[in-house]
Design a protein around this ligand. Sequence first.
Ligand SMILES: NC(=O)c1ccc[n+]([C@@H]2O[C@H](COP(=O)([O-])OP(=O)(O)OC[C@H]3O[C@@H](n4cnc5c(N)ncnc54)[C@H](O)[C@@H]3O)[C@@H](O)[C@H]2O)c1
Length: 360
Amino acid sequence: MSDKISVCIVGSGNWGSAIAKIVGVNCATLPQFEKCVTMYVYEEMIDGKKLTEIINTTHENVKYLPGHKLPENVVAVPDLIDACKNADILIFVVPHQFIPNFCKTLLGKIKPNAVAISLIKGFDKAEGGGIDLISHIITRHLKIPCSVLMGANLANEVAQGNFCETTIGCQDIKYAKTLRDLFQSQNFRVVVVDDSDAVEVCGALKNIVATGAGFVDGLGLGDNTKAAVIRLGLMEMVRFVDVFYPGSKLSTFFESCGVADLITTCYGGRNRRVAEAFVKTGKTIAELETEMLNGQKLQGPPTAEEVNYMLKNKGLEDKFPLFTAIHKICTNQLKVQDLIDCIRNHPEHMDEPIIVQPKL
Ligand SMILES: NC(=O)c1ccc[n+]([C@@H]2O[C@H](COP(=O)([O-])OP(=O)(O)OC[C@H]3O[C@@H](n4cnc5c(N)ncnc54)[C@H](O)[C@@H]3O)[C@@H](O)[C@H]2O)c1
């Protein structure tokens, strides 16, 4: 029996494949890790061939990360349980919609002392009118600790090896070094913080704001308006964490998972792009997702819906007018032209002005 740490990547989309490049190299070179990394791949036929076979022979995920070679020690496995059963570290990186089913399948089939880390941006609806964090769902169902990794990390740029930063929100500081070693590279710099919930919430909420930024681009309103939407979005993110995850730290918003990821997503990224096309073409979000994303999934509109489900239940929609308007536009309850009217009287503008007295 090897005492090396075995790693499985659960997911093989755009981000899963990009992170496999870094994790694969680290596992091949760092002595504490088992060289072979399994990667669960949702099986699809591409030009008559199985995607797993293509990945294992050409070492390229031709559908989700074309043009990039994956390290040869990353092995594609089409069966979820086979991929995960021997892993000490499970890296979850699938669109958040699939997580509840994945957990049901894996229950009792993984090592009891395994640990998880989620790279997934999004929430799930909780019974009773709230939302669940994906890391909490993983911990509750699989009974293992789950940290998170979020940051200004557009997958294609990470795959190209361009310099960037990321944030790990660690559940237990005893895993901090191992997790940092697993992900850090010369051009992918990791900061570990102990504020895991706030890191994860930032990663999910920024996709809602990016959808709003895309609407602004589609309306042709320009950079000042987009900056206002980004800033009001940030303030709603801060308020959301303050209300629902009290005890979180404001400093977390200054890590890569906070303002940096928000800006990246509002300028690059698929949520912004599809939202712009939504305004310009008049097509539905679902039609554009199919047409523009080649099997990739949008996170902004479903996250806006999940957040609205909770805000509505708690009577808090008017405290989060930007999040609320974006959800209503995505679901055709509101015209996109009404976006600015919804945020003109934002609580940020209406609260009592604070006059700062100069200190003597
Ligand atoms: N792409 C990025 O730049 C990026 C960066 C950071 C975080 N993320 C987050 O990472 C997560 C994964 O995103 P991604 O970009 O790797 O995925 P993706 O949207 O590129 O790909 C979709 C994935 O879902 C799989 N899939 C499709 N139907 C399925 C089914 N019925 N059951 C199971 N799997 C199915 C596909 O095989 C594919 O691997 C998301 O939460 C996303 O927000 C993405």
